[in-house]
Write a new protein. Structure first.
Lengths: 459, 493
C-alpha cells in the first residue's frame, strides 16, 4: 500500500471533503523513472525523475471541476488547497445535460504483484554496461552505429473517493529497451526491442543474437522496392499492435460508435466484422500485459471481450460516454489498457510465418500510422525497421520504406493465419506520467490483399 | 514553500561542487510556477474543467562528454538532485561517443515576458466558460451532429542558471483554442470542419487575443457553412494535379517535412529509436536543393507565437535565421551541445553557433533540439485569388485530418478536412475526403507559387511530440498560401 505518510494525508483530505459535504475523488501517481538514451554508439544522456502527481475532482450534481498538482506532497495543507481549487472549479462549472457518474472504488485493491524492487533500482551503470556489450559485440563487424533507449522504473497509482472507504492501489515496475543498428553508408536500420516486468528478463547475448539473424539479409542483398497494389504481407509484433490499436480506437469506443463516427457505426453486437481468427479481449489477467487492476472511475477491471471469432461482442464505455448514453461503464477510464489479440494456429517462430507466407512482404514495424477516415477505418502508415522481402519462404532482400494504406476491416478480414505463440508488445509512452502499457499479440500475422500505396527510394 | 531565492543560492553552491567534481558544465531550471488550464465543451457539455500546477527543478550535468539529468519536485532536496545528475553523467560516460561539448562559454543575463495584456489566469472561470459557450451556441444547429470548443492556457515562470554565469528568467504565456463541427454525409460518413486560434504573428497573446473575433470566434459561421458544402460534395477523384495549400494545412506540411527533418538531434541519429531520423545529413548544408528557388524558410522570432520564448533552455538568446534560402538548405535547428559532432561529420565547419532551439517541456524533462517558429517567408505571387486565377487544374486544401510521415521524413501522406476544385482559374466545387502524398524533396522542389503577405498566417502547434522521455512542445509556423505542381491527390480505391 501507498506510503503511510502520504496515504494518511489523502485520507485526512477525504475526511475533510466529507465534512464539507463535497463529493470528491483523489488519485495519486508516483513514479521513479530512469532512462538512458543511446546515440552514435554512446550513451548520450542518462535521466532520473522522481515525481508525485495528485489529481482531485469534485462533483456537485451535474457540475464537475478538477485540479492537479505535481509537487512533493508534504502537508495536509497542500491537499486541502487542491481540494479547494477543485471545488472552486466545480462551483463555476457549467452543468452537463446528463448525470455524470461519480467515481466509486468498487472494491479495495492493494496490488503490488507487479513490483520488482531490483528492477526499480536498476542503475544507469548496469544499463550502460549491457549496451556496451551489445555495441562491442557487433560494432567491429561492420560500419554500424547504435541508437536507442532504455527506460525503467516504478509507478504507484492510488485512488479513493468520498463515495465509500475503499482504496485502490497498484505498484509495479516496467522496463522497455530499444536498440537500433544503423549502417552508416547504406542507411538501413534494424531494431531489437525487449519488454520486462522484472530484472533479468534479457541479456546482451540475446540482443546480439537477434541482430545477427537479420544482418546477413541486409548486408548481402540489394534493397527491394516493391510494386504498389494489393499484396500479401506478413506483419510482425509492433505492426500488429499498431493495427490492433487503430482497429480498436476507430471501431470500438462507445462514444464514437454512439455518435456514428466509427467504422462499426453501421454494425451492432453480434455482427460479423473480421476473420473468425480474430478474438480481441481487454484482459488485465494476461501474463503478457501489465494488467491494470482498476480504472479511475473505481471499477475493478476484468477480462472484457470486444471481438470473438470475428464477431462484434461489445463496446468500451468510459464513465463519461456511459453517463451520456445511459450505458454501463466498462472499466475504461484509463489510458493504459491490456488488449490481447488471441494467437492463431500457425507454427511458432518467424520460420513458421515464412513457411506460411511463401512470397510476401515482411513488415514488423509500422511508423506514424494514422486514420484519414475513421468512418471507413482507413489508415495509412509506412514500414520502418527490419522490413524484408520474403520469397519462397525465405528472407531475401531488405525493403525500402513502403507505405500501407488500407482499412482496419479489410486487414482483419484478410488474415489467413497467425502464429500460435504470443509476444508482449510494449505500447507505453511517457508523454504524461509513467503508465506501462503492453499488448499481447501473435508474433506474426499473415494477411492477403494488403494495399501498398507508395514506395520511397530510401530506407 | 521554498522560495526561488533559496533555490538559487542552493544551485549556486552545487554548481561550485559540480565544477570541483570535474564537470565541464552544469545548468538548472527552476519552474517556479507551471500553471495550465484546459476547458473542453463537447456538444455544449463541459467535459474537461481542469487546472493544474507544477513546481520543481531540473538539473543537467556534463561530465567527461556525457550528460546526466535529474529532476525533483522536492526543493529541499537540491543536493540529492545534483548528486543523481552527476551519477547519471558518470554512468553515461562508460559508453563514450563523440564527446558532448558546449563550446565557448556564453554567459548571458536577461529576462523575457510573453506579450500579454490580460493574463488568462486572472480571468474568472465563469467568464471563460461564457465565452466558449457563446461560440458553441453559434455552432449549434440541427445539421451539426457534434460540436467541440476547447481552450487551453499556460503560464510558466522559469528561472535558468548555468555554470558560465548565465541567469535568465522568463514568463511564458500561451493560449490555444479550437472549434470543430462534425456531421454525417448521406452515406453516414462523418466529416468535420474546424479552426484554431491563429494570428498574423503580431500583437499580444493574452485573453485579448483569444477574444478578438478575427482570430477565432468570428470563424464559427464559416466552418458551419463549409461543412455543409463538404457533406453535399463528391469524394475527391484520384489524380495528379496542382495543389494549393492554405496556411491551415501548410503549417503541418512545414512542420512534418521541413521542421522535424531539420532538427539536429534527428539528423545525428539521437532520435532513431523513437521519433525517427532525417534524410538530411550535416554535409548537405549549403549544398542540398531542398525546394524550388521560391522556398525561403526561417526559424523566426514572431512577436506573438508559442515558438517565441526569448531565451532557449540553455540560456541562448533566441535567434532569427534562415534554414532554407532560395531553396537551398543553409542551416538546421540546433542547440550548443552537438555542433562539434555535426561539424566533424560534415568534414567542415558548417555550424558556428547554436540555433537557440534547446527546449524542454517541463522541469522534469531535459532540453532537446526543437522547433521554434519554422516559417515560410511570403512570396511575390500575389493573393490567393491571384494564385487561383493562375491555376488550370488543381485543388485547394485546408486543415489536417490525418498525417503520416516516413521515419526519415522522406515521404508523407496527408488527409485534409476540405478541398476546393480549381478549374481554369476559378474555384468551382468542394470535394470531401481529400488526401495527397509525395516525397519530401520532389514535393518542395515543385513549389511554384508563394502567396504574398496578405496570405501569410501564424498557426500554433500546441502538442508536438518528441524525445525520450517523451515531451510535448508548443511552437508556431507562419505560412503563406503555397502552390505545388503535379501532386498525387486522392485515393485510388
Amino acid at each position: 500500500m501507498l506510503e503511510s505518510r502520504i496515504r494518511d494525508l489523502l485520507l485526512a483530505a477525504r475526511k475533510e471533503a466529507l465534512n464539507r459535504g463535497l463529493n470528491a475523488e483523489f488519485s495519486l501517481h508516483r513514479e521513479r523513472s530512469n532512462l538512458i538514451r543511446l546515440g552514435n554508439s554512446s550513451v548520450a544522456l542518462s535521466t532520473y525523475e522522481e515525481l508525485t502527481r495528485l489529481d482531485v475532482s469534485v462533483q456537485d450534481g451535474r457540475k464537475v471541476g478538477s485540479y492537479g498538482l505535481t509537487a512533493d506532497i508534504t502537508s495536509e495543507g497542500q491537499l486541502l488547497e487542491a481540494l479547494e481549487r477543485a471545488a472552486e472549479n466545480c462551483s463555476a462549472a457549467l452543468p452537463k445535460d446528463y448525470d455524470p457518474i461519480f467515481a466509486q472504488v468498487e472494491e479495495a485493491i492493494d496490488d503490488s504483484s507487479g513490483f520488482d524492487p531490483e528492477l526499480e533500482s536498476l542503475s544507469a551503470e548496469a544499463k550502460t554496461a549491457l549496451c556496451k556489450q551489445v555495441v562491442d559485440g557487433l560494432k567491429p563487424k561492420g560500419k554500424y552505429d547504435f541508437s536507442g533507449s532504455w527506460s525503467s522504473g516504478s509507478a504507484e497509482m492510488y485512488m479513493t473517493s468520498t463515495a465509500n472507504e475503499n482504496e485502490a492501489y497498484r505498484h509495479l515496475t516496467d522496463s522497455r529497451f530499444v536498440m537500433v543498428l544503423k549502417e552508416q553508408d547504406k542507411k538501413w536500420e534494424l531494431s531489437v526491442e525487449r519488454t520486462a516486468k522484472a530484472l533479468g528478463a534479457f541479456s546482451a547475448e540475446d540482443v546480439v543474437a537477434e541482430f545477427a539473424t537479420l544482418l546477413p539479409v541486409y548486408e548481402g542483398n540489394q534493397p527491394y522496392a516493391t510494386e504498389t497494389g494489393r499484396l500479401r504481407v506478413l506483419f510482425g509484433p509492433q505492426a500488429i499492435a499498431q493495427l490492433l490499436s487503430l482497429a480498436l480506437w476507430g471501431g470500438f469506443f462507445g462514444r464514437t460508435w454512439e455518435e456514428k463516427r466509427s467504422y462499426t457505426a453501421g454494425n451492432k453486437p453480434g455482427d460479423k466484422l473480421f476473420s473468425e481468427l480474430v478474438t480481441i479481449v481487454d484482459d488485465p489477467s494476461h501474463p503478457d500485459v501489465f494488467g491494470m487492476p482498476f480504472d479511475f472511475n473505481g471499477l475493478r477491471r476484468r477480462p472484457f471481450t470486444v471481438v470473438e471469432r470475428g464477431v462484434f461482442k461489445a463496446l468500451l464505455y468510459d464513465s463519461m460516454a456511459a453517463a451520456k448514453y445511459k450505458k454501463r461503464p466498462t472499466g475504461h477510464d484509463l489510458s493504459n489498457t491490456d488488449f490481447v489479440l488471441s494467437p492463431g494456429t500457425g507454427e511458432p517462430g518467424i520460420a513458421g510465418g515464412l513457411d506460411a507466407a511463401g512470397d510476401a512482404l515482411y513488415i514488423p514495424h509500422l511508423h506514424y500510422i494514422h486514420m484519414p477516415d475513421p468512418t471507413k477505418g482507413l489508415f495509412t502508415g509506412s514500414s520502418r525497421f527490419n522490413a524484408i522481402r520474403v520469397q519462397g519462404g525465405r528472407f531475401t532482400q531488405p525493403m525500402v520504406s513502403t507505405r500501407v494504406t488500407d482499412t482496419s476491416p479489410s486487414v482483419f478480414s484478410n488474415i489467413t493465419t497467425m502464429s500460435s505463440r504470443s509476444v508482449s508488445q510494449n505500447e507505453s509512452n511517457t508523454y504524461g506520467r509513467r503508465e506501462p502499457e503492453a499488448m499481447s499479440v501473435p508474433e506474426w500475422m499473415l494477411c492477403d490483399n494488403v494495399r501498398i500505396t507508395d514506395v520511397a527510394d530510401s530506407f | 514553500m521554498i522560495a526561488a531565492d533559496k533555490v538559487a543560492s542552493d544551485v549556486a553552491s552545487h554548481f561550485d561542487r559540480m565544477k570541483s567534481e570535474g564537470c565541464s558544465f552544469a545548468d538548472a531550471r527552476l519552474y517556479d510556477e507551471d500553471s495550465s488550464q484546459r476547458l473542453v465543451l463537447y456538444d455544449g457539455n463541459l467535459e474537461s474543467n481542469t487546472s493544474s500546477i507544477e513546481r520543481g527543478l531540473g538539473v543537467r550535468v556534463l561530465k567527461d562528454g556525457a550528460w546526466g539529468f535529474a529532476a525533483t519536485a522536492d526543493l529541499a532536496a537540491v543536493a540529492a538532485c545534483f548528486d543523481r545528475a552527476l551519477s547519471n553523467a558518470r554512468a553515461a560516460a562508460h559508453l563514450p561517443g563523440f564527446p558532448k561539448d558546449m563550446g565557448l562559454p556564453q554567459p548571458t543575463t536577461g529576462s523575457y515576458r510573453s506579450p500579454v495584456q490580460k493574463d488568462p489566469f486572472e480571468v474568472p472561470l465563469a467568464e471563460k466558460l461564457a465565452f466558449l459557450k457563446g461560440i458553441d451556441a453559434t455552432l449549434e444547429d440541427k445539421t451539426i451532429a457534434q460540436r467541440i470548443v476547447w481552450a487551453a492556457f499556460q503560464r510558466r515562470k522559469i528561472i535558468y542558471w548555468n555554470t558560465e554565469g548565465t541567469e535568465v528568467d522568463r514568463w511564458v504565456s500561451n493560449v490555444f483554442a479550437t472549434m470543430m463541427a462534425m456531421a454525417p454525409d448521406k452515406d453516414g460518413r462523418t466529416h468535420r470542419r474546424s479552426v484554431e486560434l491563429h494570428g498574423d504573428g503580431t500583437g499580444t497573446r493574452g485573453w485579448e487575443w483569444l477574444t478578438e473575433p478575427k482570430w477565432f470566434s468570428g470563424h464559427a459561421d464559416r466552418i458551419k457553412s463549409e461543412l455543409a458544402e463538404v457533406l453535399a460534395a463528391d469524394p475527391l477523384p484520384p489524380g495528379r494535379r496542382d495543389l494549393i495549400i492554405l496556411p491551415g494545412q501548410g503549417f503541418l506540411q512545414v512542420h512534418e517535412t521541413i521542421g522535424h527533418a531539420l532538427e539536429l538531434d534527428r539528423i545525428l541519429g539521437y532520435e532513431l529509436s523513437y521519433a525517427g531520423g532525417s534524410h538530411v545529413r550535416p554535409e548537405m548544408i549549403g549544398k542540398l536543393r531542398y525546394g524550388s528557388e521560391k522556398l525561403n524558410c526561417r526559424a523566426g522570432k514572431h512577436q506573438n507565437s508559442p515558438g517565441t520564448f526569448g531565451f532557449d533552455d540553455e540560456g541562448t538568446p533566441q535567434r532569427d535565421y534562415m534554414l532554407i534560402d532560395g531553396g537551398v538548405l543553409v542551416n538546421v535547428l540546433s542547440s550548443r551541445t552537438d555542433l562539434g559532432e555535426a561539424n566533424e561529420l560534415a568534414g567542415r565547419e558548417v555550424f558556428t553557433e547554436s540555433g537557440s532551439a534547446a527546449r524542454a517541456t517541463s522541469f522534469y524533462r531535459t532540453p532537446i533540439d526543437r522547433m521554434t517558429n519554422i516559417s515560410i517567408d511570403p512570396g511575390n505571387d500575389g493573393t490567393l485569388d491571384d494564385i487561383i486565377a493562375a491555376t488550370e487544374d488543381g485543388i485547394i486544401v485546408d486543415v489536417p485530418v490525418s498525417w503520416s510521415i516516413g521515419s526519415n521524413r522522406e515521404h508523407f501522406h496527408f488527409g485534409t478536412e476540405i478541398a476546393w476544385e480549381v478549374r481554369d482559374g476559378k474555384k468551382t466545387r468542394v470535394h470531401k475526403n481529400p488526401t495527397y502524398q509525395g516525397h519530401t524533396l520532389e514535393f518542395w522542389r515543385s513549389l511554384d507559387m508563394v502567396g504574398d503577405q496578405s496570405t501569410w498566417c501564424l498557426q500554433q502547434v500546441a502538442n508536438c511530440g518528441k524525445g525520450e522521455p517523451n515531451q510535448v512542445m508548443q511552437l508556431g509556423h507562419g505560412v503563406p498560401v503555397l502552390r505545388f505542381k503535379n501532386v498525387q491527390t486522392g485515393e485510388k480505391e
